[in-house]
Design a protein around this ligand. Structure first.
Ligand SMILES: [Zn+2]
Length: 256
């Protein structure tokens, strides 16, 4: 049974991109982080950095050096997954396509969870879009609310958190590349811009990362909250899917 389900997961490579739905058309002008922010509008009280579920001991990329990386076996990182039965088959397909999108250029692979797998990802339609940072012990949830979070880039974004990656604009060297305009940030949401002691893996700061917020993220007045140092008019954070840099840093962290 398990092998049949694995084959189905692999077969989804053949048609990785489902037909756009009405909801996707409505979201046409929104980037990944706007979608996440909108879906999380009423659900952020328990979340940190907009869409990261808090844990007691692990809250930043450095955990990848001390145990929150997923293990590698024979050249591949196999991550057991389970997907809630509450999704429709079309919704499950979007999640599976998002998972399979990691196959083409990284060594990350997903397998249906077996009973003996203690650590695994469990996708369910919770309140908003959110994920834990890095591998947790025992099963960890990734919430992809069926109404608002089921898009390729959103699946990739939340899975990247589970792989150990933080938002691009909070990385340790961000001040060399962007300036945070705290005066324009909605009161109480400043924590989303708190710098983190990340391991940047020697990769360039990437304005096209699917993990980068857009210029006006969490703006209280329509003015920019993040400004590029090199060009104050630069528009960024518009990614709909992983950038080549997002892929490169997966390969660097997991030694693909
Ligand atoms: Zn995020």
């Amino acid at each position: 049974m398990t092998s049949i389900r694995s084959i189905i997961l692999l077969l989804s490579l053949i048609n990785a991109f489902p037909t756009a739905s009405k909801a996707e058309d409505d979201m046409d002008n929104m980037d990944v982080n706007e979608m996440i922010a909108r879906a999380n509008e009423n659900t952020t009280s328990h979340l940190t950095f907009g869409d990261i579920a808090p844990t007691l001991q692990r809250n930043a990329d450095p955990c990848t050096a001390t145990g929150c990386k997923w293990p590698k076996t024979g050249g591949f990182v196999y991550i057991p997954v389970d997907i809630s039965r509450s999704y429709s088959s079309a919704q499950r397909r979007i999640i599976i396509d998002g998972l399979v999108s990691f196959y083409q250029e990284t060594c990350i692979r997903f397998r249906w969870r077996r009973r003996e797998n203690r650590n695994f990802l469990y996708f369910f339609s919770g309140s908003g879009c959110w994920s834990y940072l890095g591998r947790q012990s025992r099963g960890q949830a990734i919430s992809l609310q069926s109404n608002g979070c089921l898009f390729l880039g959103t699946v990739q974004h939340e899975v990247l958190h589970a792989l150990g990656f933080h938002h691009e604009q909070v990385r340790s060297d961000r001040d060399e590349h962007v300036t945070i305009q705290f005066d324009n940030i909605i009161a109480g949401t400043e924590g989303n811009f708190q710098k983190v002691n990340t391991n940047n893996l020697g990769t360039l700061y990437d304005f096209d990362s699917v993990m980068h917020y857009s210029n006006r993220a969490f703006s209280k007045n329509g003015l920019p909250t993040i400004v590029a140092n090199s060009n104050p008019n630069l528009s960024f954070g518009r990614a709909r899917e992983m950038s080549s840099n997002d892929i490169a840093r997966i390969n660097e962290l997991y030694d693909c």
